[in-house]
Design a binder for this molecule. Structure first.
Ligand SMILES: [Zn+2]
Length: 468
């Protein structure tokens, strides 16, 4: 359940996601018996001792309350604390947001939106046993399930649907058409892979959505308004945002993962980055963001954190890439140890071993980078009447650069308005090829030679083709 404390945790990165996740999972079980049963089944004795005081404290703050429109996070936290132990009281302000997070490896969120008359589930866990735990939590709330929403078609968000429906029928299961198609066909084979990993604990067949949402569709369930925004392929083959405009609560699925190594295995980091920027611009009024993995919190902080991770990951891969786009085993090892150093406490979103998932992420991003051409424009302004001298130096770069394996085009232009201004128009097969070029001694020598005759520093701009 959300009780405001998540947002306090947000700044405490030293504690690490592992501890945070465990405690969060424990918090979700709404009775002391459940908490103890859960702990016994999930932790070793020494972990149990360490966790016990936290568990006791956590179970005191058992109520989740996100409702008063217009309150700041801090006000909400105060509000939640004031309402401690009011689960069975007469508080009638809805929605209340509850959370179930599975235990590692690959802790994944289900969010339960409790209205006056029932519950809407966002994402249904990975395994059948985790879905059973989540169902126990729903039973404590003691209201019927009014709908299930699937944010994206990855197996860790759809495996437990049958368990959570608990034998009831005619409940709408919402998704986009594309998510439905990917689930039905298992495009990419991730559902089969997850079945292989979990055996009997994963369904033979995932329950398919029965109500297709159009992007921009707005529906009201139990008096609560839901806006759906299909933002297309990214982390998975299709990603849908769910926004509660009145309460300003944003559910992003795996577009955002809090302090976790995300799944970059589908190699669409460019789209993903664009989606994060889109959310920042179009949901700037959102008060709380609820991610697919990790803890809820400030939208801006979570979006920035996710952007930073993806950009860092990409530049680490770029650094290790050969011109051809290949990456060596040593290169991979270097990337992985750098990731472990930069993000020491990060869990990861998959049930695969961490190293395997990072290998898949590296391969996918290297492939993405290697097939993304880069356009570069460089403008040189010489001091007055030094244009001819500048041109003499730059023209010598044409032949060796055009001989480089990764070069697709390299043309020198002189300005029609100013003979002291020259420009290179360059096209590279990928960022790796450009990086390789920028290290070549003949280029570095030329750049040294032109320094004294330049009026200002070289203006360099890079571009990626708009594909649609
Ligand atoms: Zn996921």
């Amino acid at each position: 359940m959300w009780d405001g404390s998540n947002d306090e945790d947000k700044n405490d990165h030293s504690r690490g996601a592992a501890g945070g996740m465990n405690i969060l999972s424990v918090k979700q079980h709404c009775s002391m018996q459940n908490v103890m049963a859960f702990i016994k089944s999930n932790f070793q004795r020494n972990q149990l001792i360490m966790l016990f005081p936290v568990v006791v404290a956590s179970t005191m703050l058992i109520t989740s309350l996100i409702n008063p429109v217009g309150q700041t996070l801090q006000q909400q936290f105060a509000f939640a604390q004031e309402n401690t132990n009011v689960l069975s009281s007469t508080n009638t302000t809805f929605p209340r947001i509850h959370n179930y997070t599975s235990s590692p490896p690959g802790p994944v969120n289900s969010w339960f939106i409790e209205g006056a008359n029932g519950i809407v589930i966002i994402d249904t866990q990975r395994t059948l046993s985790e879905a059973e735990n989540a169902l126990n939590m729903i039973k404590q709330i003691n209201k019927p399930i009014l709908g299930v929403i699937i944010t994206h078609p990855h197996p860790d968000h759809i495996g437990g649907t049958a368990v959570l429906l608990n034998g009831t029928s005619n409940i709408p299961i919402y998704s986009t058409q594309l998510t439905y198609d990917i689930m039905k066909n298992d495009t990419g084979g991730l559902i089969a892979l997850t079945k292989q990993l979990h055996g009997d604990d994963y369904p033979d067949q995932v329950v398919l959505p029965n109500r297709i949402l159009k992007s921009g569709e707005i529906i009201t369930i139990d008096g609560i308004t839901y806006d759906f925004d299909d933002i297309g392929p990214g982390e998975a083959g299709d990603m849908m945002l769910i926004y509660l405009p009145k309460q300003k609560l944003l559910f992003t699925g795996d577009v955002v993962n809090d302090r976790m190594h995300p799944a970059l295995i589908e190699g669409r980091s460019l789209d993903w980055i664009k989606q994060l920027e889109y959310i920042g611009q179009n949901y700037s009024d959102a008060r709380i963001l609820f991610p697919g993995h990790g803890q809820s919190g400030s939208p801006k902080a979570l979006l920035d954190q996710q952007l930073e991770y993806i950009n860092t990951f990409k530049s680490l891969v770029e650094q290790q890439m050969q011109v051809t786009g290949n990456i060596t085993e040593e290169g991979k090892t270097r990337i992985k140890s750098e990731l472990q150093r930069l993000y020491p406490n990060y869990l990861h979103v998959a049930s695969l071993p961490l190293s395997d998932m990072l290998d898949l992420n590296i391969d996918a991003i290297a492939k993405e980078i290697s097939r993304t051409p880069v356009k570069l424009i460089a403008i040189f302004n010489a001091k007055k009447d030094q244009g001819a001298k500048l041109e003499d130096i730059l023209v010598k770069l044409l032949a060796p650069t055009r001989n480089e394996e990764g070069n697709l085009g390299y043309v020198l232009y002189r300005s029609n308005d100013n003979s002291d201004e020259l420009m290179f128009d360059e096209l590279w097969i990928n960022q790796g090829a450009l990086d390789f070029h920028l290290k070549q001694p003949y280029l570095l020598t030329a750049l040294e030679q032109i320094k004294p005759i330049l009026n200002s520093s070289v203006q360099v701009r890079t571009f990626t083709e708009v594909l649609r």
